[in-house]
Design a protein around this ligand. Structure first.
Ligand SMILES: Nc1ncnc2c1ncn2[C@@H]1O[C@H](COP(=O)(O)OP(=O)(O)OP(=O)(O)O)[C@@H](O)[C@H]1O
Ligand SMILES: [Mg+2]
Length: 326
């Protein structure tokens, strides 16, 4: 089967008018317009198979939202080939529209002054969802997200988390085969984040919906995504298994030690970077290449009662990738 999403050498430039200051500048620009160009997506290629839940990561301004908007047909690419479910999104065919959804965490799509249930009825008409299917899907989704009692409340009166849950429901009523989620947990408290995260996981598993997700919260990515695509300044920086990131980008490991009698912090410093210390336990970062040698030296020199070698948390690895790119 061909991939559900296929992106080939995608490029997107934003052009904006350059206007010189003052009236003279404004007049001049009437006759001769100059443009500022900004390359937001630069030669990006990837394929996503049916049922995959892929994390799309990158620093602010890396080009994630732009890519998702192109995949949804909201923006035209400057060049390159994009196919979603066999459609070219920018053709905006009705048949395509019925099979995907995009949720933008920074933007409400449901109507602000209406209760969610009214917006949902509107979506039912727009997508021509049969009554039974609509009722079944609506009650399934509101149950899973725990917002059944909020359906008749005006959207503007809901909390941020409740609103996002309604947005998710609205995006899934017509059972799309492909779902683009752009920061669905942004700004939410940890409880709401967790509910939404678990919902996405369950939904992806039961429905085999293909999902491309962006989030700045590593917990979302770690819980949900086996595969991640990292984009940096518009270019693909990494595409592969989440767990491979550690091996590829982390040059250190963490040594965790318990001591049978107190050890001063100063005695540890020559072995690595001391991250955490109490007289009877410590955590050190040690170069990956010299981990066995260092462990052996510490066992010989110190009253070590227990020793564990751990990987650097993936969140730290990704943060350091982004930090080194700024
Ligand atoms: N409408 C626009 N006109 C001009 N430039 C734009 C426009 N939208 C985005 N850009 C620029 O394109 C680049 C990519 O933006 P994009 O919104 O895709 O980033 P992002 O990865 O989604 O970032 P974030 O994590 O902050 O949401 C940025 O440099 C941004 O300033
Ligand atoms: Mg964005």
């Amino acid at each position: 089967m061909p991939p559900v999403i296929s992106v080939e050498r995608l490029r997107k430039e934003y052009r904006s008018f350059k206007k010189e200051a003052g009236l003279a500048g404004a007049i001049k620009s009437l006759f001769k317009r100059e443009y500022d160009r900004r390359v937001a997506v630069d030669d990006v290629s990837f394929d996503i198979e049916r049922g995959e839940l892929v994390g799309f990561l990158g620093a602010n301004g890396a080009g994630k939202t732009t890519t998702l908007k192109i995949l949804s047909g909201l923006l035209y690419p400057t060049s390159g080939k994009v196919s979603v479910l066999g459609f070219t999104p920018s053709d905006r065919k009705d048949d395509f529209r019925r099979q995907f959804s995009i949720v933008l965490g920074q933007k409400n799509q449901l109507l602000w002054d209406l209760p969610a249930e009214d917006s949902f009825l509107l979506l039912k008409e727009i997508y021509e969802i049969p009554n039974d299917d609509f009722q079944r899907q609506l009650s399934l989704l509101t149950d899973l997200l725990g917002v059944t009692d909020k359906l008749s409340v005006q959207l503007r009166r809901l909390s941020l988390g409740e609103r996002m849950k309604m947005e998710l429901i609205g995006s899934l009523l017509h059972k799309p085969k492909v779902l683009f989620l752009d920061e669905p947990t942004i700004g939410l408290d940890v409880v709401a984040q967790k509910t939404i995260r678990e919902f996405i996981k369950t939904y992806n598993e039961t429905e085999q919906t293909t999902i491309l997700l962006t989030s700045h919260y590593m917990q979302d990515i770690e819980t949900l995504c086996k595969r991640v695509i990292i984009i940096d300044a518009g270019k693909i920086f990494f595409d592969g298994a989440l767990e491979k990131i550690i091996g590829e980008f982390s040059s250190e490991k963490v040594l965790s030690l318990d001591f049978s009698s107190p050890v001063e912090r100063e005695r540890l410093e020559r072995f690595g970077v001391v991250e955490d210390w109490s007289p009877v336990s410590a955590k050190l970062r040690v170069a990956r290449a010299s981990i066995s040698k260092t462990s052996a030296e510490m066992l010989a020199a110190l009253p070590v009662h227990d020793l564990n070698i751990e990987e650097v948390p993936i969140e730290d690895v990704i943060r350091s990738i982004f930090a080194s790119k700024v």
